[in-house]
Design a protein around this ligand. Structure first.
Ligand SMILES: [Zn+2]
Ligand SMILES: [Zn+2]
Ligand SMILES: [Zn+2]
Ligand SMILES: [Zn+2]
Ligand SMILES: [Zn+2]
Ligand SMILES: [Zn+2]
Ligand SMILES: [Zn+2]
Length: 1763
């Protein structure tokens, strides 16, 4: 909306009307009339068009005000029959509020659901209710609301327990059933009824009004003016950009206005874009329509009369008002519900509520939202009317859904989305099923909308257009509704419910029949398919229906009669699907091993086969239930068991499994990826429960009813392996057969798959009903087998397990039985590990393993056994027994056909011929034998009398084979194979099998010889077996040990070799690892450095790093190695330049003032740093050293490569070469310049040096001399005329002397390079080698870096010296030495000028203007700059004055200034106990007091009186410490003086040692008092600077010392607190709108509206998102954010760099939840947050981004600047 428009004047005519208007009179009049309806309409007709819509721009404030005065107030008066302010209050007082909370969720608000108590996952609580509920102690789930929906607190049906929070707990005295109307007078009820009727009718009339130029009867305005609006409506077809572009063309608005229009249209659903006469609006309409009709249907535009728009606006207002008024009383709410649902004159479905619902899809978004809200706060809050509403909703259901299909709005703004509020209430759902036949209605509606069928009536999704796809997506919401209806299972069944449920099931079976056999495939031979067939739609349907199918089974499981009927119906449906089964086919006869069976002729590889068999699978599910509920045994007569044809039951599932095997064997390669994908999903955890698993069950069901030999022959036939195993001499087949190699390979794989299938049919018994197991055994087994692969995190396990309709896996109940939890460290996540005792249940052929899983698990389990010193054979686990219905399945294991097959494979293994046999085949056969043996053993152990064990595999396996003549028995073959050299891997397994056979034989013999064998004997036998076992194990362990040792020896030999080859590399990486241990290394990179850590020989003589007495470490050569050419190089001033890779960046990490506006880079004077440190320049280095020429060559190569790459493809890199960035060639650390390495300066050892007074005099003279010399250099015109008398320079000071530059040309070049880089980055300007600010920036960066390192050491609680990694030591040394040399690269008078100005801040100099006041100067920056710039002055002094002496004077002076600074800002005394102080301390305290009082005499009353010297001294001591530590670091690195050992540790007495090292008295005040007469005038000068008074009186930023280290903001422990905070955050730019991506700056705590058009701003000529913009203001280009909705940390640097980082919030399983998908409660992990903070304090964010982008190239392509 154009903000420039001034507020519209209220028309004067209205003013007079307004003045004459009386609310009371109007209401009284209404109270007397008979036809209130007519009267109110008349009133509205008169006023509404005068208030609303009078111009192009709506004016909400004044409109609302007038509407309240003229329209709503009379209604309220009428309603109450008195002044509403008293009337409504009375109502509220008498109200007995509903126990429902009903809080309607905003977008992004947190919602909570209890995973233990919620009836279903749609039951949620608001934060308030949750915190007051019992569920906060339970296992809960937290999500963010998508908007809409409300809090279910108080709804007893929504919660299994704890339905009320503390606030909504009902009073016991309350009778819940009481009619809320009982408290109201009949008059009141009548009035209320009247007024609600009129108002609701009016609102409905207007909102459903579809004429553009007319009004409903009774609302025609008395005087009609002819103005119109051109109204633009929203749709989901056109993009933002299209709308914006079109609007700019159509109504001539600016881009900004167009964006605002588009935003409103998107939010409210419509917006007027033009106001005027009809033709004017019509014109705009035609342009918009024309412009948008080209590709798609045009945007919807209407030209509407302004009075129509006005009434619609008020109609919305009226609905709001209704919602507001019923909030006063439940009675009013009930009356409104009654009014709304009252049947209208048109009969059925004609109430006002019906009318609104049925027009829903015709209304604009804004109107829908408003009436949906009203429904929620009225109909859904009143339990009685909620039911009535639900009935109406169900009656209209079909129509509403059909409208929704055509509607082009999202579902959240459709009335159909209310279904979740109605259908999830169990009693309501049940009622709707029985009374409104809802289940059938939903399924019918669904089927009706899927019209694409093939000739057999099956769904067909081929040639699926985009629009159909869109519709298909919409239809899926119906499945959601069906799920809601079924989600709670009935506990009691009425006959009516049975009837309607079975009717619904019938309809559902119709649906499934349309799916049975859909998307069939035929094997492609010859050439590859041309087009991948469509498969996703069918699978989507299957996936969506998965839970429905499961739930229908669960419903059936609650009632025997329903189950029996359902089973019959399902069987009929299946028979119907396969009618014509085997028709026209000649049956063929299969025979093997003396058995024969008839079957049809069918080849999966030649005919049509489909993966979709939902009817068969549903029947399989129901069949298991028959067994589980024991219906099959109790009512066999009611079941159509005789109608079952087992071969028919297994036929289709078997084909499907064979298809998978053939795909696996590579036979379907030409059918492309669509088939591969289908097979993948068939087994996938999302689908398998109702696909693969059920097919297997169907095979089990069928096989259990068949002769096992017949079953196996049919299986062989479908696998197309029958001819191989049935031939008379199959054991010898390959000797003669000369088959194609591919075919052989295929057959091998098929045989393996078939054997696996047999194992599964016999072995999968973990579903209740198939095997005798508990419900939770199945899930335990799943978890166990996942963990056999490897330890897994909670989320990985959840992903591997099927979820039920409530999104639960049931894992939490059982996980502790099978696994133990291991907590995560600072990285990684918590892991579950398999309990060791569970490993014996491992089944290598677990049916849910993929081949990959299987081999990983095999490897892991073998390794585990090896570690435990056990035999590595992996025999099958002991299985639970089958349920009776399936019990006959075990006979498969001992049937003749199987033994024939086992014998054949074993025989092939004995005489292997190339390629005609596989090890996996043998492995499976051995496993099968093992299963059979275990079965026999189990049965023997469990039976009371051994002779009734009919299962006798040991007997069968000892019989000789049949064909051709008597061949070896299985047992004989096994014994034969035991020692076969080519089968070494299987040796263990075969041994285990033979041992088991022996065991079983003993058992049988023992039972045969009855109980004569004593128990002790058998134990004796076992023991000897045991001993043998032990001996064997010991021998193996010994062998293993020897082997290990040999391998280790080999390894270390290799390592030695490797180290020799890569000596340099190896050392460096070791050094990186730990600097403190590096002294032990022989070769140091910088050899001299090792010296630092040794205490010097003369450790008694105190070490000093500054001043004439400073210690001079002996001269050492520094030799370093270039990482690029590996050559050694000595560091010398005249040698080849060596450089360190470095990264310079702007920083605000230490800023105490983030509001200071960024400076104007052109005119900014960086000479003095303000103590608030608002912006600084940080220099870091990875510490890798190169020759300057090697580096240059490398950089040129990088540049060239980048150019080529950019030409080829538009990809970005993680670094910006154009900006001088590159990656360190060794460690790939982001760098943007290099620092030259320089030798230490050798101070001349000094003779007698001047004292302070004398030096002050000398320097005064020198400065004067320089002033006059510099003036001469300037052009004459600018020289002021008042030239003082020529100042004679001291003789020894030659101002025009130009010293020789000591450095080699390459070093000079590098000095310029680094200087320019620091200047360029620090000031954000283009490089300019001539700029006088270059040296200043370098000194400043040196000081800033020292300060940040000093802070870091304090924060990390590390000693000042000895704990830095050497890369930082090297970096600081080179920075300091560079600083002292950089004047040689600049113009000397310029640097001298800097020195003069710096010194003038301390020693007043009349010739320097505008010196800052000392409160505006950071003293460490001043110290570093002044010391480093002095070199330029000293070079012209030949008097023998030593640099050291001057440095010490400067240092003392600045230290005094800093003390003054601290005292001035020390603040008032804290009330603390006066401490007892010793003699020495008393002296210090006195000194502090004296100095303070001196200051007070200068400054006056702005300085408070402080009596306690102890307080002052403490202020000074703590305040100055960071500065002293910084100074020590500085001088240490400048001069290379080793630090005293005390400073290498964190021991007491540091203060004295530190002062000693810095040549300071430990009582610092002596500095002042010892030279008082000299310093007094300076002090006076400082204190009388006008800036002091100004600052002390609050005129500027007052920084007190010591400056606290900055931390990232405090985060709440519970993540939902953050979500809540973010949900109430609104976009600052678009008037109260919710922000879509609220993002929290972790540096300053600002919440931003990220990743959105509304908050884009322009930065340096580019549109950037709120985060990037904030980054520049808050973090000098670097930002750390938390994306609250995503639970993700975002790092940004500059406009193009960024990465996501793991958030510091973890769930109880030690995992993060990026994207908040899992919803587990999240809590702050302090270690991880500290890690992020450390990255930030170390200035490593940019580097972290660089590494992330190098590791993951997709990060490079993201438009970070739009976040
Ligand atoms: Zn609530
Ligand atoms: Zn509550
Ligand atoms: Zn709970
Ligand atoms: Zn080199
Ligand atoms: Zn490096
Ligand atoms: Zn910030
Ligand atoms: Zn915004």
């Amino acid at each position: 909306m154009a903000a420039a428009e001034s507020d519209r004047e209220v028309p004067s005519a209205l003013c007079t009307e307004f003045l004459n208007f009386s609310v009371k009179d109007t209401a009284s009049k209404w109270l007397q009339v008979t036809d209130l309806y007519k009267e109110v309409y008349h009133h509205l007709a008169r006023y509404v068009p005068k208030i609303y819509c009078l111009g192009p721009n709506l004016n909400p404030q004044s409109e609302d005000l007038l509407a309240q005065m003229l329209l709503q107030s009379p209604l309220e008066w009428y309603l109450c029959g008195e002044d509403p302010s008293t009337g409504l209050a009375k109502l509220e007082q008498n109200n007995q509020p509903s126990q429902l909370c009903g809080h309607v969720f905003k977008v992004g608000e947190p919602t909570y659901s209890c995973r233990e108590c919620a009836a279903d996952p749609t039951c949620v609580l608001c934060m308030q209710c949750f915190l007051g509920s019992v569920h906060k102690e339970h296992r809960y789930r937290m999500t963010t609301s998508g908007g809409g929906g409300f809090c279910d607190c108080g709804d007893t049906e929504a919660w299994k327990k704890g339905p009320y929070c503390q606030k909504h707990e009902p009073n016991i005295s309350d009778s819940c059933q009481e009619d809320p109307l009982a408290h109201l007078s009949t008059d009141m009820i009548a009035r209320c009824y009247n007024v609600f009727s009129v108002v609701l009718k009016y609102a409905v009339d207007m909102l459903t009004w579809d004429k553009e130029d007319e009004l409903p009867l009774g609302l025609e305005p008395p005087d009609r003016s002819d103005t119109y609006y051109c109204m633009l409506f929203n749709d989901e077809v056109h993009t933002y950009e299209q709308v914006i572009y079109t609007l700019q063309k159509a109504v001539n608005c600016t881009q900004k206005e167009a964006v605002s229009f588009a935003t409103t249209v998107d939010r409210d659903g419509r917006k007027s874009v033009r106001f005027g006469d009809f033709a004017f609006c019509e014109l705009a309409k035609s342009v918009i329509v024309r412009n948008t009709s080209r590709q798609s249907k045009p945007l919807r535009v209407q030209v509407m009369h302004s009075s129509v728009v006005a009434h619609q606006c008020f109609a919305l207002k009226a609905l709001h008002w209704l919602g507001h008024v019923i909030g006063y009383s439940d009675a009013l709410r009930r009356i409104l519900c009654q009014v709304g649902l009252e049947r209208g004159p048109e009969g059925e479905n004609s109430s006002l509520v019906d009318t609104l619902m049925l027009c829903d899809s015709k209304m604009w978004k804004g109107a829908r939202n408003v009436y949906h809200q009203l429904f929620m706060s009225s109909l859904l809050m009143d339990l009685k009317y909620k039911k009535l509403f639900a009935i109406q909703f169900a009656k209209n259901y079909r129509r509403l859904q059909t409208d929704f299909m055509e509607d082009d709005h999202e579902r959240v703004v459709s009335v159909t989305s209310l279904s979740v509020q109605l259908f999830t209430v169990p009693t309501m759902a049940r009622m709707l099923i029985t009374e409104e036949n809802l289940m059938t209605t939903i399924i019918r509606t669904f089927v009706d909308h899927l019209r694409h069928r093939d000739l057999q009536g099956r769904f067909q999704f081929e040639r699926y257009t985009a629009q159909q796809a869109f519709k298909f997506r919409r239809v899926q919401s119906l499945i959601g509704d069906l799920k809601y209806v079924l989600i709670s299972r009935p506990t009691e069944w009425s006959d009516q419910l049975r009837e309607k449920f079975l009717e619904g099931l019938d309809t559902f079976l119709e649906l499934l029949k349309c799916m049975q056999g859909m998307d069939p495939v035929v094997r492609q031979v010859g050439q590859h398919i041309e087009m991948e067939p469509e498969w996703e739609a069918a699978f989507t349907l299957q996936m969506k229906l998965t839970h429905i199918i499961s739930m229908i089974q669960e419903w059936c499981a609650t009632d025997e009669r329903v189950l029996i009927e359902a089973y019959k119906k399902c069987l009929t449906a299946l028979t119907h699907c396969h009618s014509g089964f085997a028709d026209g086919e000649q049956p063929i006869t299969l025979s093997m091993c003396g058995h024969s069976v008839d079957t049809i002729r069918y080849c999966v590889s030649q005919e049509k086969v489909s993966i979709h068999l939902p009817v068969s699978r549903l029947l399989a599910g129901l069949h298991v239930l028959l067994s589980k509920m024991e219906v099959a045994y109790r009512f066999p007569e009611q079941l159509p068991l005789s109608e079952l044809s087992p071969p028919m039951l297994i036929e289709h599932p078997l084909r499907c499994l064979v298809l998978c095997a053939q795909v696996h064997a590579g036979m379907w390669r030409r059918n492309g990826f669509s088939l591969v994908n289908q097979i993948y999903y068939y087994h996938n955890v999302k689908c398998r429960v109702e696909m693969f698993d059920k097919d297997l069950i169907m095979l089990q069901a069928g096989a259990s009813m068949m002769d096992p030999n017949h079953f196996l022959m049919i299986v062989l036939s479908r696998f197309e392996l029958y001819h191989i195993f049935s031939s008379a001499d199959c054991r010898k087949r390959y000797n003669r057969e000369n088959a194609n190699k591919d075919v052989v390979q295929q057959n091998n794989t098929l045989t393996e798959e078939m054997l696996h299938l047999i194992m599964m049919v016999v072995g999968e018994r973990f579903e209740a009903g198939i095997g005798q197991v508990e419900g939770c055994d199945e899930i335990k087994r799943e978890i166990l087998h996942q963990l056999c692969i490897r330890p897994m995190a909670h989320s990985e396990l959840v992903k591997a397990l099927p979820e039920n309709e409530n999104k639960e896996t049931g894992m939490e109940r059982v996980i502790d039985c099978v696994a133990s939890f291991k907590k995560p460290g600072v990285t990684g996540r918590g892991l579950y590990e398999l309990r060791p005792e569970c490993a014996k249940q491992f089944n290598l052929y677990f049916h849910h393993y993929s081949r990959a899983d299987q081999s990983k698990a095999e490897e892991a389990q073998r390794k585990l056994k090896r570690q435990n010193g056990e035999d590595t054979a992996l025999p099958p686990p002991v299985l639970p027994p089958f349920c009776p219905l399936f019990a006959s399945l075990v006979n498969i294991l001992q049937c003749d056909v199987l033994l024939g097959m086992l014998g054949a494979v074993l025989q092939w293994a004995v005489e292997p011929s190339a390629g005609h046999w596989s090890e996996s085949m043998l492995q499976r056969v051995l496993h099968l034998i093992g299963m059979a043996l275990l079965e026999e053993q189990q049965q023997l152990e469990n039976s009371s009398e051994d002779n009734d064990v009919y299962f006798n595999f040991t007997l069968k396996m000892s019989r000789p084979g049949e064909a051709p003549s008597n061949t070896a028995s299985v047992l004989a073959l096994l014994e034969n194979l035991q020692n076969a050299p080519h089968l070494e891997v299987h040796e263990g397994m075969i041994r285990w099998l033979l041992k088991t056979v022996a065991g079983i034989k003993t058992m049988r013999e023992r039972s045969a010889s009855a109980s004569t064998v004593t128990a002790s004997e058998s134990r004796g036998q076992e023991e000897t077996a045991c001993d043998k076992d032990k001996a064997e194990r010991k021998r193996k362990a010994e062998m293993a040990r020897l082997r290990r040792e040999k391998v280790m020896a080999q390894m270390s030999e290799m390592q030695r070799h490797f180290i020799n080859e890569n000596k340099e590399l190896f050392q460096q990486s070791l050094e990186e690892l730990d600097a403190s241990t590096s002294t032990s290394l022989e070769h140091r990179r910088i050899k001299i450095v090792s010296h630092r850590y040794c205490s010097p020989a003369s450790s008694d003589a105190a070490l000093a790093c500054v001043g004439p007495r400073r210690s001079r470490p002996g001269e050492k050569r520094q030799v370093v190695t270039c990482i690029l050419c590996q050559e050694e190089q000595e560091i010398r001033a005249d040698g080849k330049a060596m450089v360190l890779a470095a990264f310079v960046q702007r920083s605000t990490v230490m800023s105490k003032n983030r509001t200071r506006p960024p400076h104007d880079p052109k005119h900014y004077d960086p000479l003095f740093m303000h103590p608030d440190l608002s912006f600084g320049t940080h220099t870091g280095s990875c510490g890798h050293i190169m020759h300057s020429h090697c580096w240059q060559r490398y950089f040129e190569a990088v540049q060239a490569k980048e150019q080529r790459r950019q030409q080829r493809l538009r990809v970005h890199t993680s670094y910006d070469v154009g900006n001088g960035e590159f990656l360190c060639p060794l460690c790939e650390c982001l760098s943007n310049t290099v620092i030259p390495l320089l030798p230490r300066t050798m101070g001349s050892s000094s003779c007698e040096q001047p004292g302070l007074g004398q030096w002050l005099k000398i320097s005064g003279q020198q400065i004067k001399a320089m002033h006059s010399a510099h003036r001469k250099l300037q052009p004459v015109s600018t020289v002021e005329e008042t030239v003082e008398e020529e100042c004679p320079a001291p003789e020894v000071f030659t101002v025009d002397y130009i010293p020789t530059n000591p450095y080699s040309s390459t070093i000079k070049e590098m000095l310029a390079t680094f200087g320019t880089a620091t200047y360029k980055v620090g000031l954000k300007v283009h490089p300019n080698e001539q700029d006088p600010r270059i040296p200043i920036m370098c000194w400043s960066s040196c000081a800033y870096t020292i300060q940040s390192i000093e802070r870091l050491l304090v924060d990390e609680k590390k000693p000042l010296f000895g704990s830095l990694p050497c890369r930082q030591d090297d970096c600081l040394s080179s920075l300091a030495r560079f600083g002292s040399a950089c004047w040689t690269a600049a113009c000397q008078p310029t640097v001298q000028g800097h020195f003069i100005r710096l010194l003038a801040a301390l020693i007043p100099d009349p010739q320097v203007e505008a010196s800052p006041c000392i409160l505006d100067v950071d003293m460490l920056h001043l110290l570093v700059s002044v010391v480093l710039s002095y070199g330029s002055v000293h070079s012209q002094d030949s008097s023998g004055l030593s640099v050291d002496a001057v440095q010490l004077h400067l240092f003392h002076l600045i230290t005094v200034a800093h003390m003054v600074q601290i005292l001035l800002t020390s603040g008032p005394e804290e009330v603390t106990m006066e401490q007892e102080s010793g003699e020495a301390e008393r002296g210090e305290e006195e000194g502090a007091c004296r100095l303070y009082n001196t200051l007070r005499t200068h400054v006056g009353s702005s300085l408070p009186e402080v009596a306690s010297g102890w307080h002052l001294w403490r202020c000074v001591k703590t305040g100055i410490l960071p500065y002293l530590r910084g100074a020590a670091l500085f001088f240490h690195h400048l001069h290379g003086v080793p630090a005293p050992p005390e400073l290498h540790a964190l021991c007491p007495g540091q203060w004295e040692v530190l002062c000693g090292y810095l040549s300071l008295p430990s009582n610092l005040l002596q500095l002042f008092h010892g030279q008082q007469e000299l310093l007094e005038p300076l002090l006076h000068g400082w204190c009388t600077h006008p800036g002091i008074q100004q600052t002390l009186q609050g005129g500027g930023v007052l920084v007190s010392f010591p400056r606290e280290s900055n931390s990232l903001i405090d985060l709440p422990d519970d993540y939902s607190a953050l979500i809540n905070q973010a949900s109430s955050f609104t976009c600052p730019k678009s008037g109260g709108d919710k922000s879509r991506a609220p993002t929290l700056c972790l540096v300053c705590g600002s919440m931003l509206c990220s990743q959105s058009y509304c908050c884009q701003t322009e930065l340096e000529g580019e549109d950037v998102g709120a985060c990037t913009a904030h980054t520049f203001a808050c973090g000098a280009g670097v930002g750390i954010f938390l994306r609250v909705r995503e639970s993700q940390v975002l790092f940004l640097a500059g406009k193009t760099k960024g990465c996501f980082y793991a958030p510091p919030y973890l769930d109880d399983y030690g995992e993060t939840d990026q994207g908040l998908r899992r919803g587990n409660p999240l809590h702050l992990c302090h270690e991880r947050y500290r890690k992020i903070q450390k990255l930030w304090r170390q200035h490593n964010i940019t580097e972290e981004i660089g590494h992330a982008q190098e590791a993951n190239q997709t990060l490079v392509g993201i438009d970070w600047q739009h976040l």
